[in-house]
Design a protein around this ligand. Structure first.
Ligand code: PMP
Length: 387
């Protein structure tokens, strides 16, 4: 008989050809499944096989917890892309950027000031995990203190600060610089999206502590792998202690798979993967911008084209997310407006902004994006019928 295929959740009928009108466009999560077709194309070359007796020991043969080959591969990758300086820097591996973010906050906080914990800050709108994680771990050494704009110009600036800088920013895709300055300020640069898929890369980043993640680079969020590039040896040691005591390192299976993936990713100087990533994201942003340009009720962020040192070209914006604003006075709860039109995004209030804003993910599968575009198109055309 014929193979039985499951329909995409939005289609039904005998040949999965009937669009189900109630189907919801889910643009909430930032799961970068848009890269899946690249890995399908390179299936054979990106496969690893691990027999049961392989890699059983806690440690590599030299007693360490990190693969020297993977460390070297990561440095080669940054050199090929030109997005970060790694010469003379220390690298720490972690279970995704998520684990490294906390390790970094721990490593930079002032442990000898029990009565004045370090103040962890970020510029609004910021990635919600910064606040959620810092509050969850509830340490004596640091407290989440909200928006950096409360503390610049030297106002209320007593004490030690840890500033989280996300560039390009999640949710709005803007390239960002640290806001606070001075000897009592430490910075963590979360560069999860500083890759040619999502932004022009103007120059290699050369910051004290930079965090990258496999999830946004190759799309393998489930491998749970990230790395931090660190200038200062004492900070590096503190992050290593954190890793040793919390998990005793990143699984060796993960390190093996990441090595294989990165080898494929940087074939031909990375041209194929980054072209695929850029073209896919470019296409999506062009289509969404065209739809949104017909709307007065909704707007999305504006981003400038910039020269990209990787492609040696002027590059138009290709953000991972749309930062949608509901312009009408009465649409204070923008996600509720979208929800009643079968679209789900992430409420702006989670990012420290107003609920008049919603983040829409543009990095999911092609089907997910097509449905989002279709739903937004329907919503915008109805607005024009009203007027
Ligand atoms: N930082 C930013 C800015 C992110 O958007 C994400 C993922 N959404 C992370 C960190 C966490 O990444 P990971 O999957 O590596 O834990």
């Amino acid at each position: 008989g014929e193979p039985v295929c499951e329909c995409n959740p939005c289609y039904g009928g005998p040949h999965c050809s009937v669009f189900l009108p109630e189907c919801v466009a889910d643009a909430d999560s930032g799961d970068p499944m848009f890269l899946e077709p690249f890995w399908v194309k390179h299936a054979a070359r990106s496969t690893i096989v691990v027999p049961g007796w392989h890699r059983m020991s806690y440690e590599f043969n030299d007693g360490s917890l990190v693969s020297k080959e993977l460390d070297a591969q990561i440095r080669r990758l940054h050199a090929a892309v030109g997005n970060a300086v790694t010469d003379g820097r220390f690298i720490v591996f972690g279970g995704g950027a998520t684990q490294l973010l906390h390790a970094a906050v721990h490593a930079l906080s002032a442990t000898n000031h029990p009565l004045s914990p370090s103040r962890v800050v970020a510029s609004t709108p910021y990635y919600p995990v910064y606040r959620e994680q810092t509050e969850f771990f509830n340490s004596q050494d640091y407290k989440f203190e909200g928006d950096t704009s409360l503390y610049n110009n030297g106002r209320f600036s007593l004490g030690n600060f840890v500033e989280l800088v996300t560039s390009p920013n999640n949710p709005d895709g803007k390239l960002k610089k640290a806001v606070l300055q001075g000897p009592s300020v430490k910075t963590i640069h979360d560069l999860a999206y500083y890759w040619p898929h999502y932004t022009p890369v103007p120059a290699p980043a050369d910051e004290d502590l930079m965090i990258f993640t496999l999830s946004k680079l190759t799309g393998h969020g489930g491998s749970r792998f990230g790395w931090a590039i660190i200038k200062d040896e004492a900070v590096y040691q503190r992050m290593l202690t954190y890793m040793t005591l919390s998990t005793y390192g990143v699984p060796r299976e993960t390190q093996l798979r990441v090595l294989k993936l990165l080898k494929v990713a940087i074939e031909n100087e990375g041209k194929e993967m980054f072209n695929f990533g850029y073209q896919t994201m470019r296409n999506r942003w062009t289509k969404l911008s065209k739809t949104m340009s017909k709307s007065k009720r909704f707007s999305i962020q504006e981003l400038e084209p910039q020269r990209c040192s990787f492609s040696q070209k002027l590059r138009k914006p290709t953000p991972a997310f749309a930062w949608l604003k509901c312009e009408r006075e009465e649409d204070k709860d923008c996600n509720a407006v979208l929800n009643s039109n079968n679209i789900t995004g992430r409420d702006g209030s989670l990012f420290g902004a107003e609920s008049r804003y919603v983040r829409l993910s543009l990095v999911k599968s092609e089907d997910d994006f097509d449905l989002l575009l279709r739903r937004m198109g329907m919503l915008v055309s109805r607005e024009n019928d009203d007027s």
